[in-house]
Design a protein around this ligand. Structure first.
Ligand SMILES: *[C@@H]1O[C@H](CO)[C@@H](O)[C@H](O)[C@H]1NC(C)=O
Length: 292
């Protein structure tokens, strides 16, 4: 009797418990897949970064004369970043250049390998972008310069980049914008010091493929002209105090419906949106912001 009982115990109690526990795990796995992907991307970047650091260190060691161990000369780590080849400072991988938080300090855009398509140069000390920086790298599709100290961009800096689709200049010190290339689909200048004088009337108007426009946390006093292709517009935390019938809609045309636009953020501005009911009649969704 003892053995069948144990078998019964296994069949009806233990086995279902084990299977349901693994089912639970499966459920949890699928639930967290999204997060896992993100995490593994971060881990991947981290490991690239430490690999890069190790490689850089190794290369520095190679550069040091062998017969001067721990010599008193200037450490190569104190050298200026611009003296070193880009792919020694940064990680270069099939068309992508990763230069994040580069040591020694990076104060200018590094010389990019021919045919670079993606540049990530976040969290460095780049101050200025010149017309020569991206000069002939017309293959660039994405540039991310988040978290530098850029306060000046020469007007021609991006003008040759006919393939550029995503440009991120968030967390810099820009007061005005340069000319932007026509193919952009996403432009991010959140957290700068942009004012309305620094944005020309046609800055965005001619970007007919623009989908995402992020200008939050600046000092804008008016809504710039927005092309019809835009879906997401972030203007929160600026100094916008009015909107009018032409800002988003076409003042006199009551039948006009603005296509695409489905998210406008205007919270954190002095404007009281309830005062301008006729300014939103063409929109599919009301702007997010202050109504009372
Ligand atoms: C916001 O705009 C008002 C004028 O509408 C101006 O007096 C004020 O200085 C601006 N504030 C900032 C922080 O730019």
């Amino acid at each position: 009797m003892a053995i069948p009982l144990r078998t019964l115990f296994f069949t009806f109690v233990l086995a279902p418990w084990v299977f349901s526990a693994s089912g639970m795990q499966y459920y949890k796995r699928t639930q967290y897949t999204q997060e896992d992907v993100q995490l593994s991307e971060e881990v991947n970047l981290e490991s690239k970064k430490s690999k890069r650091e190790a490689e850089t260190q190794e290369n520095f060691e190679k550069l040091l004369p062998a017969d001067a161990p721990g010599d008193s000369g200037p450490s190569p780590l104190e050298a200026d970043a611009s003296d070193l080849p880009t792919c020694l400072l940064c990680v270069c991988l099939t068309g992508s250049v990763y230069c994040e938080e580069v040591v020694p300090e990076m104060t200018t855009v590094p010389a990019l390998p021919k045919e670079s398509a993606y540049l990530y140069a976040r969290y460095n000390k780049i101050k200025k972008l010149t017309a020569k920086d991206f000069g002939d790298i017309v293959t660039l599709k994405r540039i991310d310069l988040t978290g530098n100290i850029i306060s000046e961009i020469e007007d021609g800096a991006f003008s040759k980049l006919v393939l550029l689709e995503e440009l991120t200049l968030a967390e810099n010190q820009l007061v005005k914008l340069p000319m932007l290339p026509a193919k952009l689909t996403s432009f991010n200048a959140n957290h700068n010091r942009l004012n309305s004088k620094g944005i020309k009337a046609n800055s965005f108007k001619k970007l007919t493929g623009l989908v995402n426009l992020y200008l939050a946390h600046n000092e804008l006093e008016a809504v710039p002209q927005i092309p019809e292709s835009v879906r997401i517009l972030h203007l929160q935390n600026n100094n916008i105090s009015t909107v009018n019938a032409d800002t988003f809609c076409k003042g006199s045309d009551n039948y006009y419906i603005r296509p695409n636009m489905n998210e406008i953020r205007m919270d954190g501005n002095p404007v009281m949106l309830a005062q301008y009911p006729n300014s939103f009649t063409c929109l599919k969704a009301l702007p997010i912001g202050r109504y009372h």
